[in-house]
Ligand binder design. Structure first.
Ligand code: MG
Length: 166
């Protein structure tokens, strides 16, 4: 049995602005408000990348993909995931599970959770039943409650390759 397990935590907050596309966990969601960012603003993928990088003891998202690098302008955050997966594979690690909390008043995520889960699982090469996404509101409190911000928090579990057969 494989006991070489690593846990990582990633948190990402973005301002919400009118007219911005709303892409969360790689899924485009119809919404009046979307995350403001240099990249596509996908707070879920940014937090997931930081959680996975953290578990692997690697540099964080902002160091690997600096906001002042023109290449990262409007960049599809799925590319950050692909690069992150390649980096952990080089270390002999794989993602075992991802647990995600998205705090936002808008958009409502319930209808989008299955698609977000599938997409996140595909991006990190994990079975979909090992990815969970929960949507929370902030009861009208703070910047999230005021629809000014969205925050994603992700816990990632990593293990050594190869995958366990169970
Ligand atoms: Mg971000």
């Amino acid at each position: 049995m494989n006991h070489d397990l690593r846990i990582g935590l990633g948190i990402d907050l973005h301002r919400l602005e009118k007219g911005r596309p709303c892409i969360l966990a790689g899924v485009r969601i119809d919404s009046e408000l979307g995350p403001q960012a240099v990249s596509d603003g996908d707070a879920v993928l940014h937090a997931a990348v930081d959680a996975v990088l953290g578990a692997a003891g690697l540099d964080d998202l902002g160091t690997l993909f600096p906001e002042n690098d023109p290449k990262n302008q409007d960049r599809d955050s799925a590319e950050f995931c692909k690069r992150t997966l390649a980096l952990i594979h080089e270390q002999g690690l794989r993602v075992v599970s991802l647990d995600v909390v998205v705090e936002t008043e808008v958009p409502k995520l319930r209808a989008h959770r299955p698609a977000m889960r599938r997409r996140l699982a595909a991006l990190f090469d994990v079975p979909a039943d090992r990815v969970n996404i929960k949507g929370k509101t902030n009861e009208g409190l703070d910047a999230i409650g005021a629809k000014q911000a969205i925050r994603a928090t992700v816990v990632a579990l990593l293990a050594s390759q190869p995958p366990a057969h169970n």
